[in-house]
Design a protein around this ligand. Sequence first.
Ligand code: NAG
Ligand code: NAG
Ligand code: NAG
Ligand code: NAG
Ligand code: NAG
Ligand code: NAG
Ligand code: NAG
Ligand code: NAG
Length: 776
Amino acid sequence: MNKTIFLIFLVAQLVHFVAGWNKLPYWSTKETPFPNVRRVNKTWSYRSAKANGNVTLKDPYFWLEEPIDTPEVKQFIDSELSLTEKYMAKCKNYNAISQSIRDVYDYDEYGKIYYGSLRNRSSFYTYTLRLANENLRTFYIASPEEIEAAKQNNFAKPPGKKFLSESLLSENGTATIKQFAYSDTGLFVYYVVETDAYVGTWYVRTLDSVLTSETTKKIVPGGDGRMSDVIPSCDGGFSWNNVTSGFFYSQINDPRTSNTTDVGSKIRFHKIGTPYEKDITIVQPDTDAGNYWSVDTSDDGKWLVVWGYSSADSHAVAYATCLADQELSEKMKWFSVSPSNDYMHDSVGILDDYWYFKIDKDAIDHKVVKVKLDASKARQVSKLRDLTDRLPMIEVIPTRRNSDLYFTSPIAKNKAAFVYTEKGQYVVYIFELSTGKQLQKLQTGQDGNLNGVYSTGFGSDVLILKYSTTVSPFTFHRIKIDQSDKVTQDTLLITKVKNSNPEDYITEALSATSADGTKVPYFIIYNKKQKKRTGTLPCWLHFYGFYGFLENLNWEEKIASWLFNYEGVVAFAGVRGGGDNGQEWHLAGARNNRQKTWDDIIAVAQEMVKQKICAPDKVIAHGSSGGGLAATVAAQKAPVNTFGAILADSAPVDWLSLTRSFAGSFQISEFGDPYNSTDFDQIISWDPYLNVNPKKPMPPILLTTGGTDDIVSASNTFKFLALIQYSYPNSTNPLLMQFLSQTGHNTLTNNVDIGVNLAAHQHCFLQLALGIQRRN
Ligand SMILES: *[C@@H]1O[C@H](CO)[C@@H](O)[C@H](O)[C@H]1NC(C)=O
Ligand SMILES: *[C@@H]1O[C@H](CO)[C@@H](O)[C@H](O)[C@H]1NC(C)=O
Ligand SMILES: *[C@@H]1O[C@H](CO)[C@@H](O)[C@H](O)[C@H]1NC(C)=O
Ligand SMILES: *[C@@H]1O[C@H](CO)[C@@H](O)[C@H](O)[C@H]1NC(C)=O
Ligand SMILES: *[C@@H]1O[C@H](CO)[C@@H](O)[C@H](O)[C@H]1NC(C)=O
Ligand SMILES: *[C@@H]1O[C@H](CO)[C@@H](O)[C@H](O)[C@H]1NC(C)=O
Ligand SMILES: *[C@@H]1O[C@H](CO)[C@@H](O)[C@H](O)[C@H]1NC(C)=O
Ligand SMILES: *[C@@H]1O[C@H](CO)[C@@H](O)[C@H](O)[C@H]1NC(C)=O
């Protein structure tokens, strides 16, 4: 053996030994052996550019992809959960932890506050409210006067009256409302999902048909007293059309009629009061393109625009039709706006025969253009793809460098709120669309995250913004735009958590240097009173790193509660793949650049230790969904002991299996296409299930998954866990999972009981794995 290599080898062994010796022996596979899980000989074959031919991959736990109620899968879950509980039993203060997390949930959670004005009804507000220690939300309607009065005492009592309670949608409390809309005739159209699923059902009621515990007689799907309209298998795409008293919606295609798992969707029209079976399919499913369709209509009811994309980069084909000069049917005359999906599209709104949309043509950080809608070229075709015209685009709002135009929302006749990413945070501007003029940049005076932008459309002159910080839940700002375009802003409501003092915490923006020399931004937040930079504190490092999103400085009960109860630092890493410095930053970590995401996470972890912000061996890597994947990959790629513990929530840790599921090919722009031989080579360089190295120990890991997750199925966690337990039979680190049978992908912590259970398990896990103590 070469001497230098030998030395490195020896030093690595020594570091590991010392670190191992320092650690309390919290896990012993002698005492608590991992379950014996059946292995199968399943393999997959993929084309590899590197191998210049096919590569065979083993999938020894393939059978764990079977439905979770299959007896053998159930048995696997039971034995894993009993192992997890054995470990948690060592956590003597579980109840105290659980109570302090519950305390952090103990606030009345106002959400989705909208101001609306309908054609034949005076203006009103609606909002949702989840009372402290309740799991489900109630919808309220209130007059502007009632809202002003409530504002005076910070909403101590909910203003207005209840009109809908989620608790009355199902016997077992598993149904929730994921989206809703008002028609301008006073109808409330709402989209109900079971156990946090992605696919759900639209129902309709009038705003006057209340459903509260005082009024209900029986529990029926969609709630008592609703109208007869029921539209199943939808994915939330929606646009009301007042001319025809109905709405356009997107519906997931029947998987039985598709040969790919990526079933795509179609656009249909539902006329209020008619049976769903009579709904007209306006845009037929496009099976070979696997498109998912979105829809928008103009307020004057004249135009219908649709855009379809098959990938998360939103690169879409776009078409329009004029509703004014033809009947709704399956054979309408259409014209193309963008006949091929070379650019992303997202509708901003339709005004005076112009469609305004967001696009990335020659503008990586997006710009807004408009096209003149003109039905003179419209014709009837058997497939929309037969249309090939491209409408000339007129630039309205130019792109900004390193600041992505992330989201838009129409307001006040001809304006829109524009959400940009700026230095790791979301910032909101008001623009006039017709002129492209910037009216105002909105200030909140706090470092934090934007959690909601609520406008009912061009018809409304009020916009509500919902912000949070790591140490304080939601604050609502109200933006009003008057007749002379003057923009004013006030604070409507500040939510506070009992026994916490947001002023005790400070936020700092720092940076670390990644493997390729790039400066990676990160934020830290900590209690002013605690010892600074002693190199002894644990750090909860949260990140995401996909799709150009930001999760920095966000409110999350389990993170806040940890910060309130432990001496420690919470950090948010703005790793590449996320949107901290705009789309360039996103793409620098997407697809075949994925390695940068992992490198950046590792760089921030190492820098925080070097700066003595964190103790070596006490950096916790945490992420949800893609972030959970990133935490796991970073643990596999980093030098041993870079991380003290890994918390991976809803993580696609068997990524190749995801590509075989319902929205699999949708992820290609972000992760690569496994059926492309060069992409394949980079995917297998990080897919956690394919990168378990028995020679390098795995840090303590707690994977969390939900039984009704239809985006990242629980089998990801099951299979990866079975494989690491098999590969490290003598692990001195706990390798465990927490399984929540009634939980889906997006809102792991929306249900308070589930959120408390999950967070308490994670806090206990960290306490045991890192040997840390609560403040008192
Ligand atoms: C898998 O294949 C190997 C050799 O090809 C064989 O020894 C083993 O018994 C097989 N295992 C199962 C579970 O079929
Ligand atoms: C090689 O992999 C491709 C892609 O998965 C597959 O379609 C093909 O059947 C494989 N070829 C062989 C010889 O296994
Ligand atoms: C809850 O009830 C709904 C029907 O309202 C049913 O579809 C679902 O399976 C039930 N879930 C549980 C956990 O009982
Ligand atoms: C509003 O108008 C619609 C018809 O356009 C009618 O059905 C509805 O009852 C009206 N609502 C109220 C509150 O007057
Ligand atoms: C539809 O609504 C718009 C504005 O909300 C209104 O100007 C228009 O007259 C309405 N159309 C019909 C047919 O009611
Ligand atoms: C499946 O794919 C084949 C070949 O592309 C096509 O001919 C067939 O119509 C498709 N079937 C369905 C149900 O989409
Ligand atoms: C494979 O993916 C790369 C990008 O990762 C792309 O440049 C290339 O064109 C793709 N190859 C095929 C055959 O699609
Ligand atoms: C684990 O420990 C057992 C018994 O102490 C030993 O026989 C086995 O070789 C060990 N396995 C590994 C992978 O180290």
